[in-house]
Design a protein around this ligand. Structure first.
Ligand SMILES: [Zn+2]
Length: 569
């Protein structure tokens, strides 16, 4: 998965095509949820040696960390085509295995200061230490000139919640200054209009930039949340400088903003003071329903140069056609890409091999494909996609979801694998986004059969459901499951599970040390793959169309697309 706040933003233009911010209030096309049947599924035969061999190969140095748009990336897609052939799949893109994903890498340099003009007294803030900003427009030069600054609170427009921070404000040509997180993020419980302590999509920085663009803003700047548990400014600075990769804007429908960026909290405080306001009061006002955006009577200006490099990467797509309802689809997804070359560690190793993230999920995807072809076609078609560009901001899945080969309203649902931990067998399985859709019921049956239980996400405040490829589908209505390895371990219980997960997070995640280890314990991963096999196969044999629960953020989008389709959900 990508880091919390430190990778490039997804191609914003493409996201304008659909997205929860555009979901209308009410369920105009709502249909009653049909009863679900859970076909019995025989256990799959899956070879640990095969899965391990794929992880060892993909994470070897010769694949150079599998970055999209590099030779290592090309080598990865060629290797995966062969694995899909071996697994007995058919090519999924009208006779081809690959789907082209056009990308553009934009590297900003020579940044001027951020100049804030208040009543003729300019304040100047330095790039890097005070603020960062990038553009997804593939142009040589960006100039933001005397753009009016508007404090828009949390920058949320959620008609289904009766909340609009932009109400009555015309943002064209202006710059939005936006608070991080969502209005009830400080809550102790999971209760509140935006899920309390749990991060809703409205709290994610990706959403805030998308919404500002929808509002027609010239630029948007998020105020860094310096509270404990958040990313350090150093991580923001590191992630938002240097090369940034986007979907090629030539393939998007609308123009991205001039700039998306962040400021230090102290900078926002100085800006507020210059405007005759104070940040704490603005922040408190923004937490109240009915908050109205505040024109600060200030303009901001800056400029920077860009180098632009276009590149092509690929999703790898295979299909096992269904024998009864081949025009209905079940999705299995995992991202093949990782970070490529990265800052060297103390041993001089500068390849981020991504063995766990996500060679494991990619190998699991191949194993699920092979197990399904061995069992023979299911009633529904089963589609297996290895995505590119996930680490750059879900680019491959975003491109597929906006250029779907199999119609989304004919896609019954799916599951995404991103990062399988080698922590051993567990009594549970973590379901990120547990309680969102009735896909949970399929998974629950598979877990019962293995005498395991579903556990909720232990860190809902981190918004993991919005941070891997399943989200590109969920936001367009397709019910998607996203699971993580259990943390209630057979050996050592919850304490050992939490320790092991934290160990990966702090010592290996997105570092050169995320490498293959011949001493890994594969038992838990193989058990998890068996659960995923059972869950997917049940859905592929079923006639039911799972849906999001009635109050879920993605329900209106699904109901709308279902109502518009004669063949689908
Ligand atoms: Zn990942």
């Amino acid at each position: 998965m990508p880091s919390a706040a430190v990778r490039a933003l997804p191609g914003i233009g493409a996201m304008l095509l659909a997205g929860i911010g555009m979901a209308t209030a009410g369920n105009a096309g709502s249909r009653p949820t049909p009863a679900i049947t859970f076909p019995d599924v025989a256990p799959a035969v899956m070879s640990r040696q095969v899965v391990e061999g794929i992880v060892r190969t993909l994470s070897s140095d010769s694949f150079e960390g599998r970055a999209a748009g590099t030779a290592g990336g090309e080598k990865t897609t060629a290797y995966l085509v062969q694995r899909f052939i071996d697994a007995g799949l058919q090519p999924g893109n009208s006779g081809a295995w690959l789907q082209k994903v056009p990308m553009v890498e934009i590297t900003g340099q020579e940044h001027g200061p951020l100049i804030v003009s208040a009543h003729g007294h300019p304040l100047r803030f330095d790039f890097g230490t005070d603020w960062v900003g990038v553009t997804s427009r593939p142009v040589k030069r960006i100039d933001l000139k005397a753009s009016e600054l508007v404090f828009v609170g949390f920058g949320i427009n959620a008609p289904e919640k009766g909340w609009n921070d932009y109400a009555g404000m015309d943002m064209r040509g202006k710059t939005a200054l936006i608070l991080a997180n969502d209005p009830d993020h400080d809550a102790k419980s999971g209760k509140g209009p935006f899920g309390g302590r749990a991060m809703s999509y409205y709290g994610r920085w990706t959403y805030k930039f998308e919404e500002a663009a929808r509002q027609g803003a010239a630029a948007a700047i998020i105020i860094h949340d310096a509270s404990p548990g958040s990313n350090d400014w150093n991580e923001i600075e590191g992630g938002w400088t240097g090369p940034q990769t986007y979907l090629d804007a030539a393939h998007n429908d609308s123009e991205p903003m001039l700039m998306s960026g962040w400021v230090q909290k102290s900078v926002a405080e100085q800006i507020a003071t210059a405007a005759g306001k104070d940040m704490p009061s603005l922040g408190t006002a923004a937490q109240q329903r009915g908050f109205r955006a505040v024109a600060l009577g200030i303009t901001i200006s800056t400029g920077f140069d860009n180098t632009v490099r276009r590149m092509m990467s690929h999703n790898v797509i295979g299909v096992l056609p269904g024998k009864a309802r081949a025009h209905e689809y079940v999705l299995y997804t995992a991202h093949w890409d990782h970070l490529g070359r990265c800052p060297a560690d103390e041993t001089g190793d500068d390849i981020c091999n991504g063995a766990i993230d996500n060679a494991t999920g990619t190998a699991g995807l191949v194993a699920l494909a092979a197990a399904n072809t061995a069992a023979g076609p299911a009633a529904r078609s089963q589609v297996f996609i290895a995505f590119t560009g996930e680490e750059e901001g879900l680019l491959g899945s975003e491109f597929y979801a906006t250029h779907p080969i199999f119609p989304l309203e004919q896609t019954a649902g799916g599951l995404n694998i991103d990062t399988m931990l080698m922590t051993g067998t567990a009594r549970d399985m973590i379901v990120v986004g547990k309680g969102k859709s009735n896909l949970d019921a399929y998974l629950a049956k598979a877990l019962r059969g293995a005498r395991r239980r579903p556990s909720p996400d232990p860190a809902p405040e981190d918004g993991h459901y919005y941070r891997s490829d399943h989200f590109s589908f969920a936001r367009r209505g397709v019910p998607m499951l996203y699971i993580e390895s259990g943390q209630n371990l057979v050996n050592g219980g919850r304490k050992a599970g939490r320790t092991a997960a934290r160990d990966y997070e702090t010592r290996h995640y997105h570092q050169p040390s995320d490498e293959y280890d011949p001493n890994w314990d594969w038992a838990g991963v193989m058990e998890d793959l068996q659960i995923l096999y059972q869950t997917g196969r049940m859905l592929a044999q079923s006639k039911a169309w799972p849906n999001w629960h009635a109050e879920d953020e993605f329900r209106p989008v699904r109901d709308e697309s279902c109502a518009a389709s004669p063949d689908g959900c």
